[in-house]
Design a protein. Structure first.
Length: 187
């Protein structure tokens, strides 16, 4: 799912306790008026650069992770309820965690490259799934990819019924050849 200004604003408020307009120079709502993939990608880059300058790397990551994990009435969330229902069903039908990951991979949920290593789920994408930035060759700060970390977090928390921690290790839009995530489920 592409960037959505309302989810960004909510994530920003949840993490900082402030409105983005009180801190940032870039108005996230401007995204809604852009029409071409290049315009959208350039805007996201400018927004991430501004976010990083004003909040720092750690807080910017938490804000973007909240965006990928957030539900808003009328906007929905990423992932949507049909996906969550499907993931929960696959988990209930699974004999164990490796079987669950195999089922997710077969359905190409989560990139299709999920594996369990020493109690940690390793996830990777071989291409960028975000329609807001995937059509550009310009590097975008990796902070933006914490939105995908929020997506993974919500998927696995819903399936497992407990908190999980997700780290972004590298991303295609910031110059890597693939996106890699580490999903710690040992809580």
């Amino acid at each position: 799912m592409p960037f959505h200004a309302s989810r960004f604003r909510k994530g920003f408020r949840d993490v900082t306790g402030k409105e983005p307009a009180s801190v940032m120079d870039t108005d996230p709502a401007r995204y809604n008026h852009l029409t071409t993939p290049v315009q959208k990608a350039r805007f996201i880059k400018a927004l991430m650069d501004d976010l990083l300058r004003k909040t720092g790397r750690a807080k910017a990551g938490r804000i973007m992770q909240a965006c990928g994990h957030t539900y808003l009435e009328g906007v929905g969330q990423c992932p949507g309820e049909p996906m969550i229902k499907k993931v929960k069903k696959l988990y209930q039908e699974s004999k164990h965690l490796k079987d669950f990951l195999s089922k997710l991979n077969a359905e190409h949920i989560g990139g299709g490259h999920l594996k369990l290593t020493k109690g940690v789920i390793e996830a990777s994408y071989d291409h960028c799934y975000c329609g807001s930035v995937s059509k550009t060759k310009e590097p975008i700060p990796i902070a933006y990819c914490h939105c995908s970390a929020g997506w993974y977090q919500r998927v696995f928390e819903e399936a497992l019924g407990r908190p999980v921690k997700v780290q972004v290790l590298r991303s295609i839009i910031s110059g890597a050849d693939r996106c890699d995530f580490r999903i710690d489920i040992q809580r």
